[in-house]
Design a protein around this ligand. Structure first.
Ligand SMILES: N[C@@H](CCC(=O)NCCCC(=O)O)C(=O)O
Length: 254
């Protein structure tokens, strides 16, 4: 276990690779959980049934839902699938949406990043827009062409926190720069979500769940990538860690 003894569950992506069916997560998220939140990341395979999840949720202190190149299947928000929605990962959809619901119901802290932020909206009944860069007045939020990951994840457009909101409480009310690697975004906001930040073109960049029993934040950008060095990224991971500690202490107290 890590120094804090915290466990953070990460629903896996499912991919075909070298003739195997992999259940995996990118190391940037796992490293931020380990190094900045001080927790042990636990990759959760998409093989689990409800009773496995009962056991898991008795032991974990947080859930972090990662970004991914795959997209939430549009049938989950009532839209006919087309090639512009691909690629899909139906196993990840099933696992993530289930874990998001469970985290919200049980009060396990939830940090949902990029695809995870989109999944949070879909889990609560919202919808997504695809190829948003083609929309009138919209910016291009896709990853820049760059040979290095640090260039693809460069901080490159500002987001403005909602004044007095939950995100603003962590990072302040002033706009701050974020990275951007997505071509989908929240379209119809789910009833249970509050907008916490927007980009200049109106894209919903952060949300919270006011009715959640614990910390529940979705961000369209990637704080994990710069969590050790960028102030707002670090603040988000530290707030998530603090919520995980509170959850663990409350559970220990019975
Ligand atoms: N696929 C969705 C979600 C975006 C997302 O999670 N991006 C992470 C991708 C990381 C990478 O490109 O390396 C969308 O496009 O909106």
């Amino acid at each position: 276990m890590g120094a804090t003894g915290l466990l953070v569950a990460v629903p896996a992506d499912v991919r075909e690779f070298e003739n195997y069916h992999w259940h995996a997560s990118p190391s940037t998220y796992l490293a931020a959980i380990r190094k900045v939140a001080g927790a042990v990341p636990v990759i959760v395979p998409a093989l689990l049934d409800e009773s496995d999840l009962d056991i898991l949720f008795e032991r974990i202190d947080g859930v972090l839902v990662t970004g991914s190149a795959s997209n939430v299947h549009p049938a989950l928000y009532g839209v006919e699938p087309s090639t512009s929605h691909e690629p899909f990962d139906r196993e990840r959809d099933r696992l993530s949406l289930t874990m998001i619901h469970r985290a919200l119901q049980t009060g396990v802290p939830l940090l949902a990043i990029c695809r995870g932020h989109q999944e949070l909206n879909v889990a609560l009944g919202g919808s997504l827009a695809t190829e948003i860069q083609d929309g009138e007045g919209r910016m291009d939020h896709r990853a820049p062409e760059h040979p290095e990951q640090a260039g693809r994840f460069a901080l490159r457009h500002p987001v403005r926190p909602e004044e007095g909101g939950r995100l603003a409480a962590l990072v302040g009310n002033e706009p701050f720069p974020v990275n951007s690697l997505h071509r989908q975004a929240i379209d119809r906001l789910a009833d249970g979500l509050a907008v916490e930040a927007r980009a200049a073109d109106g894209t919903v960049e952060a949300v919270s769940v006011p009715s959640a029993r614990g910390f529940a934040l979705g961000v369209q950008w990637h704080p994990e990538y710069w969590a050790e060095t960028d102030g707002p990224s670090r603040a988000i991971f530290e707030a998530f860690a603090a919520a995980c500690r509170e959850r663990r202490d409350a559970r220990a107290a019975g």
